[in-house]
Design a protein around this ligand. Structure first.
Ligand SMILES: Cc1cn([C@H]2C[C@H](O)[C@@H](COP(=O)(O)OP(=O)(O)OP(=O)(O)O)O2)c(=O)[nH]c1=O
Length: 226
């Protein structure tokens, strides 16, 4: 399996010795919390509410990167003044099909239409993660510390077998598709539709763990082996 990823903004800083900073997860996704816990990362959960409407002609890649960053920045703005050491994580997952962005379905009709569009085809799953932290001033004459954000984007490719209309209706009735990008969960009942995955399983579920662990460790946040 392979996943393509790219670091944007500033490169990850070297590991920081000493006490591990607090991690705040700016996400209401239970999957993201569980994925972090699965690699031994503790966090506080503080969901944010941002406008998730794509801009006209925005590419799927740009969209998920912007969403992850805006969620992390919104989470950072909500910290108390005394929490300057905290690191905030924001993430976003969306599908791309024929250049179109597929997010969470609006309703049953939308979910069923998405599944029929994905039926028998390969689509991309784009997952972005952003860490924001306070950049410490390196010289005493520098202005007050500014916000520093590091992001990674991971693209995976998922192929679906043919899905029949009645199956799409039954799948909606399970309740699983409603809060998932593209209207399916690879980690749940939706797994029966997936004939092939190329890339990162954790990224499809909502958080690319390899890339996330690198960003976290660069900020001195312990994963299971530290
Ligand atoms: C494709 C896919 C997505 N998903 C989920 C991951 C995300 O929770 C969701 C995509 O929506 P997002 O907008 O990325 O996240 P969210 O609204 O759940 O949480 P928040 O914005 O507060 O961080 O779809 C799965 O659980 N399994 C899958 O197979």
């Amino acid at each position: 399996m392979s996943a393509s990823s790219s670091i944007v903004a500033t490169p990850a800083a070297p590991e920081i010795p000493g006490r591990s900073p607090r991690l705040v997860l700016a996400s209401g996704s239970p999957r993201r919390r569980e994925l972090l816990a699965s690699i031994g990362v503790k966090c506080e959960v503080a969901p944010v509410d941002i406008d998730e409407t794509p801009r006209p002609d925005e590419s799927p890649e740009h969209y998920v990167m912007r969403m992850a960053r805006e969620k992390a920045q919104a989470g950072f703005r909500r910290l108390d003044k005394g929490e300057a050491e905290a690191v905030v994580l924001g993430a976003d997952t969306a599908l791309a099909l024929d250049g179109r962005i597929l997010g969470k379905p609006r309703d049953e009709a939308d979910a069923r239409e998405m599944l029929m569009a994905l039926s028998g085809r390969r689509h991309q799953v784009l997952s972005a993660v952003t860490l924001c932290h306070r950049q410490q001033a390196s010289a005493s004459n520098e202005p007050s510390p500014s916000l520093c954000c590091e992001s990674e984007l991971v693209e995976s490719r998922v192929t679906f077998r043919v899905i029949h209309r009645e199956e799409a209706a039954r799948y909606w009735a399970t309740g699983e598709p409603a809060d998932k990008a593209g209207g399916y969960a690879i980690q749940g009942l939706g797994a029966i539709f997936v004939s092939h995955l190329e890339g990162s399983y954790s990224a499809v579920v909502g958080l690319p763990l390899h890339e996330t662990s690198r960003l976290l460790m660069a900020r001195g946040i312990a994963c299971w082996q530290s």
